[in-house]
Design a protein around this ligand. Structure first.
Ligand code: TXA
Ligand code: MG
Length: 304
């Protein structure tokens, strides 16, 4: 159920939960000052308690109130990519509730590039918001996904739908270096260019979220050509010629990674709506830029 900015504000200030659009995917929000709202996020999603949440702020100054100290390169990154799909994990200030951080000493922060949601945050203060999907399912990029997971009556802040379609990139400040903790919408190469150093991505397992099942449709997904005969549908690209006589789910043109990113989760969800059981996916893509993130999400969906 779409609600106005004014109503969303009232719900959050009273300690309730609202789904908010961001530029990446929808988020299931609660005010960081209402621990009931934070606890509810976990139960609404069926999310393991040890999987911490991202705190969304409306300014760089606000982010600094939540953290102990940050390296100078924090500002290089925030100036280059905020507002936008980059989450930074640094040491948390004392007093941030352990239910937000999963009991870790660090906190994940991002400044979303979404006007309406930023205005909401400005008015109610920082909000914790994981992706608005049942735990294990693909993130929600369309209003219909939210209804599927949370029902028709759940309040959703009215505003433009997510445009990226993939979650934020997560960097963690660990032992004096920024390390990639999750591939996301901002490509690794873009971060390396700003920092003028290469980013270590051998720590992807550090994020609690990486231990849990993710991004998966219920349908079994596989990419081996030899297994095509088992499939009841397939996913591919609109500009490639396939001689496969199965229902076809198109991700768009393989030359347009931005629109591939936008359609990926919606296609995963359509497989389940259509009751597909075994689906072949064409995963023959380049491994740089946003393609790297798309490939990572596909391989997680295959593993799930
Ligand atoms: O684009 C996004 O980032 C979306 C929108 C709504 O902002 N949010 C999102 O949140 O994807 P979520 O909860 O689905 O994924 C956040 C990931 C999880 O894997 C979690 O384990 C990790 O961030 N994370 C959060 N705090 C952390 C911390 N202190 N240390 C390590 N990993 C952390
Ligand atoms: Mg998520």
């Amino acid at each position: 159920m779409l609600v106005s900015l004014k109503d969303a504000k009232e719900i959050l200030l009273k300690g309730g939960n609202v789904i908010v659009p961001t530029e990446t995917v929808y988020g299931l929000a609660g005010s960081i000052n209402h621990i009931d709202a934070i606890q509810n996020i976990y139960s609404l999603k069926g999310r393991p308690k040890k999987n911490p949440l991202i705190v969304h702020v409306d300014s760089i100054e606000r982010s600094l109130q939540l953290v102990k100290e940050v390296p100078n390169s924090f500002f290089l990154l925030t100036e280059a990519f905020w507002p936008g799909p980059l989450t930074l994990i640094v040491e948390a200030k004392k007093g941030i509730d352990p239910q937000i951080t999963g009991g870790l000493a660090t906190v994940a922060i991002r400044l979303p590039n979404h006007e309406v949601t930023r205005t909401l945050i400005k008015e109610v203060g920082p909000i914790a918001a994981p992706s608005a999907n049942l735990s294990g399912k693909p993130s929600s990029t369309l209003l219909s996904h939210l209804e599927e997971d949370f029902g028709k009556d759940f309040p959703i802040l009215e505003g433009p739908e997510p445009s990226c379609g993939l979650e934020s990139t997560i960097l963690g400040w660990i032992d004096g270096k920024w390390r990639m903790l999750r591939y996301g919408y901002i490509p690794k190469e873009a971060i390396e260019e700003i920092l003028q150093e290469s980013i270590d991505d051998s720590n992807l397992k550090i994020s609690p979220g990486s231990q849990f099942k993710h991004y998966s449709p219920n349908a079994e997904l596989f990419s081996e050509k030899e297994r095509l005969s088992e499939a009841d549908a397939f996913i591919g690209f609109s500009n490639r010629n396939y001689s496969i006589e199965l229902p076809f789910y198109s991700l768009g043109r393989d030359t347009d990674p931005i629109s591939l990113a936008q359609s990926l989760f919606a296609v995963f969800r359509r497989l389940d709506q259509d009751g597909r059981k075994r689906v072949w996916i064409d995963a023959d893509l380049p491994s740089s830029g946003i393609f790297a993130t798309i490939l990572e999400r596909i391989s997680k969906a295959i593993a799930g």
